[in-house]
Design a protein around this ligand. Structure first.
Ligand SMILES: *Cc1c(COP(=O)(O)O)cnc(C)c1O
Length: 386
């Protein structure tokens, strides 16, 4: 099966992990802070807080922004469930804003309308999670301007978008947000097996996230309520978690970062080639943007129901039967049973639901060969005339 996504692991990556295994520290050594410095430097952000997953990074980001019971977080329904679940971890409420059908990113016009209505009803959001779907940044400048007008904070869920750019700057610079989070799951752009990082320019938010990542425990005398009893002393000053990244993961991440730009370039070339090969087929290709350069985590096509009667299910099943590991990103979050039980209704986000009916993610990863790609397109063509 040609998978839809796959990590690229070099001999240097393997050696980097082995070197850590032979060293004194498997956790809490020098690789994690080095990985944080390196990625923050790449993004042009002040701070990076490495954690054990992007889900943990989202949780810490929400906590650092003070999200709690009685508060509200808005996000896109076309995302992985983690973008919304982070609000529920904090006992806050979730709501969704429908998407732009060409990019599957949050629709800024819908956002404006919903904010205006929420303002009239006194239920404005406290935090917005902007998801950079498939690696293409949302229009963050416009969202930032809305945040100033309506008084909400911004987290960028850039799980798909490390290595992407917005207005010529790296995603993760946090120029138009409070915090940006990345995922290093193996299907994402660079991997640490499991792992994530939160980027920010705000020293206080960085400090808060670092504290909560490790049990809310500090060894800094300046933060303690009393003089330390001795050199062994630490104090727990908040209720935190163990969300730490290991040295093995950070060593892998550091080694992978050296190829980040190359990975994104390879992904872009594959996406460009799909665009050319799919011209003329009854499918919509991924929307492009003049102001964002995608990191191309996913290549999502959508069946054009005006031009083909074949169902997504038939195309999907046929392609899988021929060894092409297509996937679907995403089942809209509000349609999940857990969210239905919270009161979300079908029909609430029509664009998200309509997209879902027709979308398929084609295989896209740096090592996908041209002949594999030709095969994917050939099988897709066969599926479309069934
Ligand atoms: C993968 C993903 C996450 C979660 O990442 P983990 O590192 O697996 O926790 C969150 N949001 C989006 C949009 C993702 O694609």
């Amino acid at each position: 099966m040609i998978p839809y996504g796959r990590q690229n692991i070099s001999e240097q990556d393997i050696q980097a992990v082995i070197d850590v295994l032979r060293s004194d520290f498997l956790t809490q050594g020098q690789c994690v802070p080095e990985f944080e410095r390196r990625l923050a430097g790449y993004c042009g952000a002040g701070y990076g807080i490495a954690v054990n997953s992007a889900t943990s990074a989202l949780h810490l980001a929400c906590l650092a922004l003070g999200l709690s019971e009685g508060m509200r977080l808005w996000t896109s329904p076309v995302t992985f469930v983690a973008s919304a679940n982070c609000a529920l971890y904090c006992q806050a409420a979730v709501d969704f804003v429908d998407v732009d059908p060409s990019t599957y990113n949050i629709d800024v016009k819908c956002l404006k309308n919903k904010l205006e209505k929420a303002k009239a009803k006194g239920c404005l959001p406290d935090v917005l999670v902007a998801v950079h779907m498939a690696g293409l940044s949302c229009d963050m400048k416009v969202i930032y301007e809305l945040s100033l007008k309506y008084g909400f904070r911004i987290i960028e869920d850039a799980s798909h978008a490390v290595g992407g750019r917005y207005l010529s700057e790296p995603v993760g610079s946090c120029r138009y947000s409070d915090i940006t989070i990345f995922s290093f799951h193996p299907v994402k752009i660079v991997t640490t097996a499991e792992g994530g990082m939160a980027m920010t320019n705000d020293a206080e938010l960085a400090h808060k996230m670092a504290l909560l990542r490790s049990h809310g425990i500090t060894r800094e005398p300046a933060l303690m309520t009393s003089e330390p009893d001795g050199a062994w002393y630490y104090q727990q000053i908040e209720l935190g978690f163990n969300y730490r990244m290991t040295e093995l993961q950070a060593a892998l991440g550091l080694s992978q970062l050296e190829r980040l730009d190359a990975f994104v370039m390879q992904r872009q070339q594959i996406a460009d080639r799909y665009d050319a090969l799919l011209a003329g087929l009854p499918v919509f290709r991924p929307g492009r943007s003049l102001i964002s350069e995608s990191a191309w985590h996913l290549y999502v096509i959508r069946l054009d129901s005006a031009k083909t009667a074949v169902s997504r299910k038939n195309v999907f099943d046929y392609m899988r039967s021929k060894g092409v590991g297509v996937n679907v990103h995403y089942i809209p979050v509000h349609t999940q049973p857990y969210y239905q039980a919270l009161g979300f209704r079908m029909g609430a986000y029509p664009e998200a639901e309509a997209c879902y009916e027709g979308i398929i993610s084609l295989p896209l990863f740096p090592d996908l060969t041209e002949s594999q790609q030709d095969y994917v397109v050939e099988v897709l063509q066969e599926a479309l005339v069934l």
